[in-house]
Design a protein around this ligand. Structure first.
Ligand code: OOG
Ligand code: NI
Length: 514
């Protein structure tokens, strides 16, 4: 029996290597990372010194940042702490605070865009060997983008804590390209390309058949994957074809005019995203206008993200010496909050729609937009107990240190105690379950801010999300999802199910224990 390398470890290595490659390819991303590091270090020492609140509840700083949650008397993430420094940037420091900062530095996600079903399917098999499976279906056609997507990610809390890296993966939808002859051109180019190293399929099959990869196999897998996601300066097409693609939609040019699905951004986690947005300007890193997602809150919900605007990269064309600039690649930052239930999501969506309506009239700066959001979100409860008792968010339950005494006392008045009774009497504590997924409207905003708009034939404004006339909207979202899953070669997991199951499992465990 060969020694297998754990998928979590292969993913961590891949994430680390991808980060190095991307900082090399897009030096501005390295500048963003330095800014993020500074902000995180400052926020960390603030939290340690002043017990300040964190605007982010992502995994691995629970021990440092959960003091604001009076119900969070346990540290259920303790047992993960010594694992999750694999991969990411900057490892090896021994001092505790330094080690905390290092864990924060691991990239949270990246994104790629592929052109055809066989590419998506091979990626799914490759990512599986790194412990990432497709979670969530994102229909971006409703925002005028000719793609749909999933996020490949680890699922178990243990794997997420060891290395949370995910890859948001979009697939081009030819059916949304109205120009039939252009469709033909696109598919013949995609048909002819092979984005994978010739030895990759054999390696993947070997990993699947044996149920894992040995040290050598793991090293090769990471190497081949990197090659697939690297930048190619030479386009597969001539300038005229490139321009036709771009006029149809900049995404078409980005997906179909190149040899491979270059990684288009990486996303570290930042503890103070508002400060990072302001800090970018000060450093000459041009941010997109608005931070996507909900406003800053005492109890952070879902996901907030922003990015710097895509840089222009030199490209060369086939059959000519002409060169041009291609804008697609950028750097992003994110800050995560609690996962919302369907009820919480519905309230979130309603409030975001209200804010968008009011925002559209004034075309706001980020400051104005955030102020507006804060105002609108006063309708969204902002304390953990209300979020919990009203069923707006998901929580994990655990017994408190003196749960036995509390339970005995409570049992003297009532025999059957519900989880709410146990929380009320102080026998059980709860902590927010982090949202690990993406938000279609935010994703659309990120896409649209980072596509070259100059060459497109349609009027369109940044951070919009309005429909693009050059791309047909999705008539049947359910059918599109089936098409996506056919391409993928399997179903995408429902993230609501995952959160619900995690919450339910913790409740069952608590009830059984008491
Ligand atoms: C993906 C955009 C979506 C996010 O963070 O919402 C995304 C892309 O630009 O290809 O990564
Ligand atoms: Ni992203």
């Amino acid at each position: 029996m060969p020694e297998f390398i754990e998928p979590d470890l292969i993913r961590a290595r891949f994430c680390h290597a991808l980060s190095e490659m991307y900082r090399d390819e897009v030096p501005l991303y390295g500048d963003l990372v330095s800014l993020v590091d500074e902000i995180n270090e400052a926020s960390c020492s603030l939290a340690n010194d002043d017990q300040d609140e964190s605007a982010d509840i992502d995994h691995d700083d629970h021990n440092d940042h959960n003091d604001h949650n009076e119900h969070n008397e346990h540290n259920e993430h303790d047992d993960h702490d010594d694992h999750d420094d694999q991969g990411g940037r900057g490892t090896g420091a021994s001092e505790r605070r330094r080690a905390n900062a290092d864990r924060i530095q691991v990239e949270r996600h990246g994104a790629i865009r592929v052109g055809k079903a066989s590419e998506l399917r091979m990626l799914a098999r490759l990512f599986k060997l790194m412990g990432m499976v497709p979670v969530g279906y994102y229909d971006l056609s409703t925002s005028g983008l000719p793609v749909h997507a999933t996020a490949f990610r680890p699922v178990s809390t243990r794997s997420l804590a060891r290395n949370p890296f995910r890859i948001f993966t979009s697939l081009l939808r030819l059916d949304l390209i109205p120009d039939i002859s252009l469709r033909g051109t696109i598919s013949s180019i995609l048909d002819a390309r092979d984005i994978f190293h010739p030895d990759l399929p054999r390696l993947v099959i070997r990993g699947e058949e044996r149920g894992g990869l040995d040290a050598n196999g793991a090293t090769l897998l990471v190497q081949y994957a990197l090659q697939t996601f690297r930048w190619h300066e030479e386009s597969l097409v001539d300038p005229q074809t490139y321009d036709r693609f771009k006029a149809c939609h900049p995404l078409v040019a980005d997906i179909a005019a190149f040899k491979g699905p270059h990684i288009n951004h990486l996303t570290p986690r930042v503890l103070d995203i508002d400060r990072a947005q302001a800090g970018m300007e000060a450093r000459g890193i041009t941010p997109k206008t608005l931070i996507e997602g909900p406003p800053k809150r005492r109890c952070p919900i879902l996901l907030r993200q922003t990015s710097f605007k895509a840089i222009s990269e030199r490209i060369r064309f086939k059959h000519t010496s002409s060169i041009s600039g291609h804008r697609a690649r950028f750097g992003e930052i994110e800050s995560r909050g609690v996962a919302l239930t369907p009820k919480g999501h519905a309230l979130y969506t309603t409030l975001m729609e209200t804010a968008a309506r009011r925002s559209r009239e004034i075309n706001p700066t980020n400051e104005a937009h955030q102020a507006l959001l804060t105002d609108v979100f006063r309708a969204f409860p902002d304390d953990w107990e209300t979020l919990r008792s009203e069923g707006l968010a998901y929580f994990e339950y655990t017994p408190t240190p003196d749960s036995d005494a509390m339970t005995t006392k409570a049992k003297s008045t009532s025999s059957a105690l519900s989880i709410d009774d146990l929380v009320r009497c102080g026998a059980v504590g709860f902590s927010p379950i982090t949202y690990e997924d993406f938000l279609p409207a935010s994703a659309a905003g990120i896409f649209q801010s980072n596509l070259d708009e100059n060459a497109r034939s349609t009027g369109h404004h940044e951070d919009g999300g309005d429909a693009e006339p050059n791309v047909h909207g999705s008539a049947d979202a359910h059918a599109a999802r089936k098409v996506f899953e056919m391409a993928l070669g399997g179903e995408v997991l429902d993230y609501m199910e995952l959160y619900r199951a995690q919450e339910r499992a913790s409740i069952e465990k608590v009830l059984a224990a008491l």
